[in-house]
Ligand binder design. Structure first.
Ligand SMILES: O=C(O)CCC(=O)C(=O)O
Ligand SMILES: [Fe+2]
Length: 345
């Protein structure tokens, strides 16, 4: 099955060197002031990740007309299906080639009830495998997220549990699993997903084929990330960056078709996005953390603008999703919505 292929890495492509962290040995020192993409091994989701890829294949090979029943639309809804070409990948309005389906953490946990997407909710294979595949994948990813957040709350010297409370599993949030398909193409240069930072708190990304690229801090050259079996790529998103006053930083990445000898391959990937509760106000936690307060003061003294959208996590996600849709751009590719504070894709 296409989704299981783990092809050899092309000998002519030098991948970006990434620090591999053993999830079982994680601590504040290994994560440090985390500004870079990291790779996690022994995250515990290895087997259920295989089942998620299997499910991804079943879902994304349904007829297009069937998938379109679940399309997200243009109003900033994050859960559901996104067709290819719905998002822009560049300021000049080029369109993306990725198609994906987002499954809400709240739906997976409430199952057999559905609380975020009612009708039409999700394609049948997702409903059929909600309890034996999607929910275990999401629960495992939430565990990993909580572990990393509690390490970061030590880094930020916050009171016990405060950051975790903002990411309480019990509160509705934008947290979601995403299955992604990029159909085969002969091009190795056409951008599939444009340059962006993830907008939530943490992302765990499971890759098979190459194509993911990062723009390392301070560099202007894109570098490929080499997928490793049973490893998860770990990114910080903008919301956590905002809450931490920039102490923790989101990283810039994009997706191209699989490179070199992998050209022509269909590309599959899987992500879990961990996001704070819908009601959490996105602002630097200066009252909760002396580390954040100091960082904000230092940045202000140096004239670095403060990232403070002053909206809730729910509104932030809605704006960011909406901002990427080509339907919300004018002929020059500019966003035509009225909201302020949209940044990038
Ligand atoms: O497909 C990938 O490898 C990355 C996708 C991604 O960056 C995203 O969905 O935010
Ligand atoms: Fe991303």
């Amino acid at each position: 099955m296409g989704s299981f292929t783990f092809p050899p890495w092309p000998g002519d492509i030098l991948p970006h060197p990434l620090l591999v962290l053993d999830y079982r040995l994680l601590n504040g020192e290994t994560l440090g002031g985390c500004h870079h993409t990291r790779i996690l091994v022994n995250h515990g989701a290895e087997d259920v990740v295989e089942r998620m890829f299997d499910l991804a294949f079943k879902v994304m090979t349904l007829p297009e007309g069937e998938l379109m029943k679940y399309e997200q639309g243009n109003e900033g809804e994050s859960f559901g299906y996104k067709m290819t070409g719905a998002d822009v990948v560049s300021a000049t309005g080029e369109l993306d080639t990725a198609e994906f389906l987002n499954i809400a953490k709240d739906d997976a946990l409430a199952w057999p009830n559905l609380v975020r997407r009612k009708s039409p909710s999700y394609p049948l294979p997702v409903l059929e495998q909600m309890s034996n595949t999607v929910r275990p994948f999401i629960l495992n990813s939430l565990d990993v997220s909580n572990t990393i957040l509690s390490i970061f709350s030590e880094t930020l010297r916050m009171a016990n549990g405060e950051l975790l409370d903002m990411h309480s599993v019990a509160e509705w949030s934008g947290s979601q699993a995403r299955i992604i398909r990029n159909k085969a193409t002969t091009s190795t240069t056409k951008i599939a997903t444009g340059s962006h930072t993830d907008f939530g708190s943490l992302s765990f990304l499971h890759n098979r084929q190459g194509g993911l690229q990062v723009l390392p801090p301070g560099s202007d050259s894109w570098q490929y990330v080499k997928p490793l079996p049973r490893h998860a790529i770990c990114n910080i998103g903008d919301a956590l960056s905002i809450l931490s006053g920039g102490v923790l930083r989101s990283n810039i990445h994009r997706v191209l078709p699989p490179p070199s000898t992998q050209a022509n391959m269909e590309r599959w990937s899987l992500v879990f996005f961990s996001r704070s509760g819908d009601s959490v106000l996105l602002r630097p936690l200066v009252d909760e953390s002396s580390v954040v307060a100091q960082a904000v003061q230092k940045n202000l003294a140096m004239g670095v603008p403060l990232m403070e959208p002053g909206v809730t996590a729910r509104e932030w996600t809605r704006r960011r999703v909406k901002n990427r849709r080509v339907a919300n751009r004018d002929a020059r590719g500019e966003y035509v919505g009225r909201e302020q504070g949209n940044r990038g894709a």
